[in-house]
Design a protein around this ligand. Structure first.
Ligand SMILES: NC(=O)c1ccc[n+]([C@@H]2O[C@H](COP(=O)([O-])OP(=O)(O)OC[C@H]3O[C@@H](n4cnc5c(N)ncnc54)[C@H](OP(=O)(O)O)[C@@H]3O)[C@@H](O)[C@H]2O)c1
Length: 225
C-alpha cells in the first residue's frame, strides 16, 4: 500500500514510516520542506543498510496526494491544520491521527482537553471527507524504530467509520508484536490520547518506557461488530 506520514521527519512518524516500509509498504515521509523529508529518509535508510526499504520524502501535500492511506504525525497543535492544508488530497482516504495533546505543568506532563475532546476528532472535523482513525498513541517511537525487535504493545483504535478502523487494524496487526484493539468511535479517542500522560509520568518515575497490554481478551473468539 502507498502510505504517507505527514510530519514523518519527527521521531514518532519516522519510526512508524520505517516499520511500515520494513513490512513491505511503499512509504513517503511528508514534511513542510521536501528537502528535509529527503534528508530524514536518507538518514533512516542509512541506519538499516541491509533492509530493502521503499521510503521516500516529499512535501506534505505531494505525499498526501500520492498516498492511499495517510498518517498525521505532527505535534498535536498542528495535526488538524496540517490535515486541513491537504484536505482535497485526503478525501475518501483513511487518515490515522497519532497525536497526544499534552503539556508540561511544573515537572509533570499532563493531558489537555482539546475543544472536540480529542485531536483525532479535531482532525476528522478538519477533513470531513476523509475517514479518520485514532491509533498508535501509546507506541514508543524508540521501540517502533528498532526493526530487529517486535514491539510489545496493544494499539487502541477509535474511528467513526468501520472502514477506517479495519484498514488501521490491518496495518497494526502486520507489525511484529503489535495487536490492534478496536475501542469504538472517535468519542473514545479522548481517553486514549489522555492516557498517554499517565504512561509518560510512569516512565518518568520508573525511568523506563512502558507500553500497554490489555489482559482478559481472547480476541479471535470474542470479536464482534
Ligand atoms: N514520540 C513518541 O514516542 C510518540 C508516540 C506515539 C505518538 N506520538 C505522537 O506523535 C506525534 C509526533 O511526535 P514527534 O515526537 O515525532 O513530534 P515532533 O518531532 O515534535 O514533530 C514531528 C514533525 O511535525 C512537523 N511539525 C512540527 N511543527 C509543525 C507545525 N506547526 N505545523 C506542521 N508541521 C509541524 C515537523 O516536521 P517538518 O518540520 O519536517 O514539517 C516535525 O518534524 C505527536 O503528536 C505525539 O504526541 C509520539
Amino acid at each position: 500500500m502507498r502510505i504517507a506520514v505527514l510530519g514523518g521527519t519527527g521521531p514518532a512518524g519516522g519510526a512508524l514510516a520505517l516499520r511500515l516500509a520494513d513490512i513491505g509498504h511503499q512509504v513517503r515521509i511528508g514534511s513542510r520542506s521536501a528537502e528535509r523529508a529527503e534528508e530524514v529518509c536518507a538518514e533512516l535508510k542509512g541506519r538499516w543498510p541491509d533492509r530493502s526499504l521503499d521510503l521516500t520524502g516529499a512535501a506534505n501535500e505531494d505525499a498526501a496526494a500520492w498516498a492511499e492511506l495517510v498518517v498525521v504525525a505532527t505535534p498535536w497543535d498542528a495535526a488538524a491544520s496540517t490535515a486541513s492544508s491537504v484536505a482535497p488530497a485526503l478525501a475518501g482516504k483513511v487518515v490515522i491521527s497519532m497525536a497526544n495533546a499534552l503539556t508540561r505543568l511544573g515537572s509533570e506532563l499532563v493531558a489537555l482537553v482539546p475543544p472536540r475532546g480529542s485531536i483525532a476528532a479535531a482532525v476528522q472535523a478538519a477533513v470531513p471527507a476523509a475517514m479518520v482513525a485514532g491509533a498508535f498513541h501509546h507506541v514508543p517511537a524508540h521501540e517502533l524504530g528498532q526493526l530487529d525487535d517486535p514491539v510489545d504493545c496493544d494499539v487502541i483504535i477509535c474511528a467513526d467509520q468501520a472502514a477506517a478502523a479495519e484498514a488501521t487494524a490491518e496495518l497494526v496487526d502486520a507489525i511484529p508484536g503489535l495487536r490492534s484493539l478496536r475501542a469504538g468511535s472517535l468519542a473514545a479517542a479522548a481517553a486514549t490520547e489522555a492516557f498517554t500522560a499517565v504512561l509518560l509520568q510512569v516512565n518518568r518515575r520508573y525511568k523506563t518506557r512502558t507500553t500497554i497490554r490489555l489482559h482478559g481478551l481472547d480476541k479471535d473468539a470474542s470479536e464482534g461488530p
